[in-house]
Ligand binder design. Sequence first.
Ligand SMILES: CC1=C(/C=C/C(C)=C/C=C/C(C)=C/C=O)C(C)(C)CCC1
Length: 293
Amino acid sequence: MGTYTLPEGFTEFDMFAFGSALLVGGLLGFFLNIISILSFLTVREMRTPSNFFVFNLAVADICLNINGLTAAYASYLRYWPFGQDGCSFHAFQGMISVLASLSFMAVIAWDRYHQYCTRQKLFWSTTLTISGLIWILAIFWSALPLMGWGVYDFEPMRTCCTLDYTRGDRDYITYVLSLVFLYLMFPSITLISCYNSIYKQFKKVHHHRFNTSLPMKVMLMCWGPYILMCIYACFENVKIFSPKLRMLLPVIAKTNPFFNALFYAFGNEFYRGGIWHFLTGQKIVEPDIKKSK
Ligand SMILES: CC1=C(/C=C/C(C)=C/C=C/C(C)=C/C=O)C(C)(C)CCC1
């Protein structure tokens, strides 16, 4: 093993604790999401256009889990073994997953609005085009810091990488504010308006098929603190926050895939039957929305 010096503000125990938190979050998310992915791939009946969005969300989320597991590994080593280029690539890969995951959450909300409120059918061509576009956009926006608009660099613990929020220069500010607009405001407005309409519909038919306020709450709970810090860094020096706090926020954010798997796959009446079929071999009973009318 190479020699290393502990990063400023962290003891051996801190690194072990953060590593373990990343490991537990990463493994939990990984297992739930891999079950969701394999179910979709093996159970033919559940391969519907709407479920394809949930499948893509699980793919994006599992990529974030793999990213977190790499960080856990480096934290146990107590140094980053893949060099500066490896760091940029790690952040690039993490960023693609985050942006794709947020977009799929929004598009699932939009699709559910149609499932429950307008009963419009989603076509495969629409699903495939939207999913393709989401991935292309996520790769595009994540590649920008590699090309000089924003920079990827180490997190305070120096065992994983992210957008370097400590610079706070003009490039950083414009890049983060664009992200806030595209990947925070836009998905949030979609989530709020779609789930609000679904809530009204559920109320009308006196049947609440799921908790419509949960998606927004989970997204804000996981990403909110981290996003606030990124926005704060546009105006003030974030170094006034302790390195441990700055490290805690991305660790919380990286638990999002676990909650997503629980809500969007395991808690989804059109998806969980397929998971059950995959795990037990028992056939799915299709839920019928019209029954509740
Ligand atoms: C500012 C901002 C965002 C920034 C996210 C970042 C900077 C994520 C980085 C994740 C990485 C690099 C993980 C890899 O380990 C969001 C969530 C898109 C939402 C809009 C506002």
